[in-house]
Design a protein around this ligand. Sequence first.
Ligand code: NAD
Length: 293
Amino acid sequence: MKIIDGRSLASEIKSEIKHEVKKFINGGGKVPHLAAVLVGENPASQAYVRNKIKSCEKVGFESTLIRKSENISEDELLAIIDKLNNNDDVDGFIVQLPLPKHIDESKVTLSIDPKKDVDGFHPVNIGRMALGLPCYLPATPNGILTILERYNIKTSGKNIVVIGRSNIVGTPISILLSRNTKLGNGTVTLTHSRTADLVSEVQRADIIIAAIGIPEFISADMVKEGAVIIDVGINRVEDENAPKGYKLVGDVDFDEVAAKASYITPVPGGVGQMTVTSLLQNTLKAARKEVYG
Ligand code: NAD
């Protein structure tokens, strides 16, 4: 059994991006510039955005953080997005989700110019992804593909079971892994809360991708000997012994399942580490005008 080291893979990829940025600038290119819009005081969102901005510095990008209070109106936010869409110096930008309840998230996503949508959430990018056209891939599915590629895990002809059908993880990864590409060609089953016999579906899987949001939901009896386990879940569970009173666990019962798996991603330190590197990769693509010319 091999534990996939998301931290070291992410740091390796960041070094590669840093090198690419230098090459691009030396060749006359501009410094890639990522902007992030953060609304409100959600501690998790603040931490994610901080990490994104810090990572920009590490790889030699310019970054801009636009912070707005919880009370910002939808129109004011849409006006900020319009400015970013039209600012030639900004190559790509993200609006950190979730947004306050009075703001329509899908309206916000739709208002972002697909050329600058480095989160890969706009329907134009999702549609291009589904058709195999150049696009910005959504971060977590892209991170999963990078893990499979760098660990040389074959997907062609494999039974791949994805659990969870969210727009940001389950649905896009199921499309990507089923397409006729180097990292695709899997026989993908997309399962969810209405799946009739989830256990037997999962038991058939050579590769399991768990994106459910239920702590340690996947137990050893659901897993075939030698399966590859990609655990996307990030769940807080109470832990008296932890300094913050909680710890993070995945959707997979790591200790039980690791004993049967050929490869497994830990939580934390697995898929989550790859999210920011995907965002940086997309921003570099945007600066180089690789997707939309
Ligand atoms: P979500 O929360 O939007 O949806 C959960 C999905 O799980 C749904 O499609 C639902 O049908 C399915 N589901 C719920 N109960 C089920 C059951 N009993 N059996 C089978 N399927 C069931 O999904 P999400 O936004 O993809 O998040 C899933 C988890 O991944 C969460 O823990 C989230 O924090 C984590 N996440 C991690 C990253 C990362 O970078 N590692 C990124 C995004 C989400």
